[in-house]
Every structure is written in structure tokens, then in C-alpha cells.
Ligand binder design. Structure first.
Ligand code: IMP
Length: 447
């Protein structure tokens, strides 16, 4: 430890914890490859924290020959760190227990801390998520009950994990919430409809199994900070799916920006000092909503990005929509997301594309626009202004054990840096852990 850090931690003992953690968030519409980056940098962190969303997320982590697919646990879980599920998360206990089992059968020690303030997803949330898609604007949700669970939290009829694992309280809270949900299920003609008794009978044993892990995770995090431990806040989805800053209403129901890492986990804003935003070399989106640089996927470049990039959802298996890189959207995500450094993934998927198009501006009726429009009807009308850059045959190759980036790929990354005004610290050129290039010094560089 450097002398500066030592002094800082002495001060922190006297005045409370002052050390800060880092966050990693998606800078597009999700699926940017955050899981892979987390795995790459995880060695420097003692704890990985989820602060929003639920099992609508999906990440695949490959360790040696074993492939782990997580929806609720953070990707850092396979590295045997402290895993924190913060108050901002919505938890489906069936999914959580399944993922805990998968991790334990892998022989790993489970150091899980589940917030007593996180909210519960119950069967009626899942049924109502599907039903809501048939009325109003179709969002194309993952149908995991995420939106309805957050809606109940805001309506003050949600059930918190602390209540769930309490022997008497779960039943009482369910008796209060169920009649409201029953009316909604009847209105949506949901049949068969789960009864209160059936829900209670199935979920009370799950609560018992989760009880040992439930705690005030704010205290856990403060203790970790006090002991000089490094903490990584792992975001799910991406800035363009944020409930406030995303393409509303085609968004998820939580806040995906870095500033929510602290509110969603019970620590103060001074505890996040650097934010790694992850973006693909192109753009993808699942579900509905405007997408200015979208490409057709029946043929041509769109089709090859879809197939070479294996762009199918981890949670739903749906084919993703694909498009050219959009620097208007990326600059916006950097700005509102609080991103200090970028990682650009999947450069290899663009291997062999001779003329690489990059969107550098939006026009409406021939007039240049400033910023990213708030309204989806305005976003649907923009005409992207493209710059064509030179492509590459192979984004990077290994020379005497070291990665060398192709000059055209390097120029492309510089072009991104100039537009969005933050450094590109990492680039990824393949799915394997060692296909990650460290391009610039950053607080995230693995030890
Ligand atoms: P919800 O989060 O299931 O309510 O879905 C709302 C929108 O967010 C839909 O367009 C989903 O496809 C999208 N979405 C939710 N989670 C993810 C994710 O992890 N990756 C990509 N898109 C997501």
C-alpha cells in the first residue's frame, strides 16, 4: 500500500470510511459484455455488488471449462468474492436459490449478503408482466416480473426480503398485497390464478433457506470499506434502458446509471470514484423502441453481425437488433451515466468490414440536433449522420505473447475517445478472458 493510502485509511478510522469503490455499467441498451470485463478485472476486488434490476439481466462467465450463466448473482460471483445483493434489486427467490446451488456445486464458497431492503418478485408479478404487454405500448420485456415488482415497491405494497424471511411477517404482508393483485389478475383474465395459500406454501420454505444470508448490506459494505477492501458495483442492463435517462417507455424499470450504485446499495455517493462504461464496437438492442443506426438483419452486414456476434439474448434467447456504432448515444450515456473510462467489446465481430460506418450526429428535417432526444417519437425521426472509417481484417493479433492492435482498429478507438471525451481503457477481441487488451492505465487494471 502506498503511504498516501495508509494516511487516508488512518483518517478513515477516525472519521468513518472514506475509501471509494468502482462501478461498471452498460453504456448502450444492455448486453455489452459487462460480465466478461468484470471477470477480467475481478482479481482486484474483494466484493462485487448488484444495486438494481433483477433476473432480467443475463451474463455468461466462462472459467476454465465450466460455463456459468447468471441472471441475478453478479458475474464476479464465480471469483469467490463477497457477493452483495443490494436494496435496489428485485429478487426472485427461486432463481436466486438455483444460482446459489450452481455456484456451490462448482465447489465454491458462498459469501452472499442479501439486503433485507431488497424487494421480492412473486408469481403474480411474473404473470402480470406478461399480461401488461398486451395493453398499451408493447415494451418487449423479459417477462420476469421486474416492472410489476418495482411498481409495487412504488405503490408501497411490495414485500421486502427482510419481511419475507421473517416467520410471521411474510404471511401478513401477503394478505395485504394479495387482494390488490387478485383484482389485477382478474382484470387481465389470468387463468389459472395462483391462490394466496399456494404462494405461501411454495415460498415460505424458500424464505427459510434464504434467511441465513439476509442482512443489512449497508453495514456489510461499510465494514468492507473500513477494512480498506476494494468494492466493485456491477450494473445490469445499460444507460439507454435507464428508467429516467433511457428511451422511455422502452426502458427497464430501474435506474442503470452509476449514481444509483450508491443509492441502490446503501452507501454514500463518495464511495464510487471511477466508472467503467462498457460498449460494443457496434450497437444492439432487444425489445421494442427506436434505434437510429439499426441495420436490416435479413442480409448483408446486419446479418453477419447477428450471426458472427451470436447476438441472441442470454435471458430470453431472442435475436437482438443490431446497428452501427452511435456516438451521439454513447456521448449521452457517458455524460448521464457518469462514465470515466470505456471498454469497447467485440471489435473482432467487425473483422473484414471494409467500410466501417459510425454515427457522429443526428439531423431532423435536415437540421443538426444537439444531444440525445428525450422523446422516442423525436428519436424515431432522426437521420443519423455517418462517417465512414477504414475497417480491419483482424482487430488484434498476438506477437510474441503480446496483443498488437490493428492500426485501423486503433484509429477507430481514438475516434471514439475524441467524440465522447473519455479514455478507452480496454478493448475486447474475443470471448476468452485473455482476449482482452489493456490500452490505457486506469483504476480498473487487473493486478
Ligand atoms: P424488463 O427489464 O424485463 O422490464 O424489460 C424492459 C426492456 O429492457 C426490454 O426492452 C428488455 O429487452 C430490456 N432488457 C432488460 N434486461 C435486459 C438485459 O439484461 N439486456 C438487454 N436488454 C434488457
Amino acid at each position: 500500500m502506498s503511504p498516501a493510502r495508509l494516511n487516508e485509511s488512518r483518517v478513515s478510522r477516525r472519521w468513518g470510511p472514506t475509501l471509494a469503490g468502482h462501478a461498471i455499467i452498460g453504456a448502450q441498451w444492455g448486453d455489452e459484455g459487462k460480465g466478461k470485463l468484470v471477470d477480467f478485472i475481478a482479481s482486484r476486488y474483494d466484493a462485487v455488488v448488484r444495486f438494481q434490476g433483477g433476473n432480467n439481466a443475463g451474463h455468461t462467465v466462462k472459467v476454465k471449462d465450466k460455463v456459468y450463466k447468471f441472471h441475478l448473482l453478479p458475474s464476479g460471483a464465480v471469483r469467490g468474492r463477497h457477493i452483495v445483493i443490494g436494496n435496489g434489486v428485485v429478487v426472485d427467490p427461486r432463481v436466486l436459490l438455483k444460482e446459489m446451488e450452481a455456484l456451490q456445486t462448482g465447489g465454491r464458497k458462498l459469501r452472499l449478503h442479501l439486503s433485507d431492503r431488497a424487494h421480492l418478485i412473486l408469481p403474480y408479478h411474473i404473470l402480470l408482466d406478461g399480461a401488461a404487454e398486451t395493453e398499451g405500448r408493447k415494451i418487449g420485456t423479459t417477462k420476469r416480473g421486474i416492472g410489476p415488482a418495482y411498481a409495487d415497491k412504488a405503490r408501497r405494497i411490495g414485500i421486502r426480503i427482510g419481511e419475507f424471511v421473517h416467520p410471521g411477517r411474510f404471511r401478513r404482508r401477503l394478505e395485504e398485497a394479495y387482494p390488490v393483485k387478485k383484482r389485477a389478475m382478474i382484470a387481465h383474465k389470468i387463468s389459472p390464478m395462483p391462490t394466496l395459500e399456494a404462494i405461501h406454501a411454495e415460498y415460505a420454505p424458500l424464505a427459510k433457506r434464504l434467511r441465513p444470508y439476509v442482512t443489512d448490506t449497508s453495514l456489510v459494505l461499510h465494514d468492507l470499506f473500513r477494512r480498506d477492501r476494494n468494492v466493485l458495483f456491477e450494473g445490469a442492463q445499460g444507460v439507454l434502458l435507464d428508467i429516467d435517462h433511457g428511451t422511455y417507455p422502452y426502458v427497464t424499470s430501474s435506474s442503470t446509471v452509476a449514481s444509483n450504485a450508491t443509492a441502490g446499495s446503501g452507501v454514500g455517493s463518495r464511495h464510487v470514484e471511477a466508472v467503467l462504461g462498457v460498449a460494443k464496437a457496434y450497437v444492439t438492442r432487444v425489445g421494442e423502441g427506436p434505434f437510429p443506426t439499426e441495420l436490416p438483419t435479413e442480409e448483408g452486414i446486419g446479418k453477419s453481425i447477428l450471426t458472427i456476434g451470436k447476438e441472441f439474448g442470454t435471458t430470453t434467447g431472442r435475436p437482438r437488433r443490431v446497428g452501427w456504432q452511435d456516438l451521439v448515444a454513447l456521448e449521452y450515456a457517458v455524460r448521464v451515466g457518469g462514465i470515466s473510462h470505456l471498454a469497447i467489446t467485440k471489435l473482432d465481430v467487425l473483422n473484414g468490414v471494409t467500410d466501417l460506418k459510425v454515427c457522429v450526429g443526428y439531423k431532423v428535417d435536415g437540421r443538426a440536433q444537439r444531444g440525445f432526444p428525450a422523446d422516442v417519437e423525436d428519436l424515431a425521426r432522426v437521420q443519423p449522420v455517418f462517417r465512414t472509417l477504414k475497417g480491419w481484417l483482424e482487430a488484434a493479433r498476438r506477437e510474441r505473447g503480446r496483443w498488437v492492435l490493428d492500426p485501423a482498429a486503433r484509429s477507430y478507438l481514438r475516434f471514439i475517445e475524441e467524440h465522447v471525451e473519455v479514455p478507452v481503457a480496454f478493448a475486447s477481441v474475443g470471448p476468452a478472458r485473455d482476449e482482452t487488451l489493456v490500452l490505457r492505465p486506469s483504476p480498473f487494471a487487473p493486478r
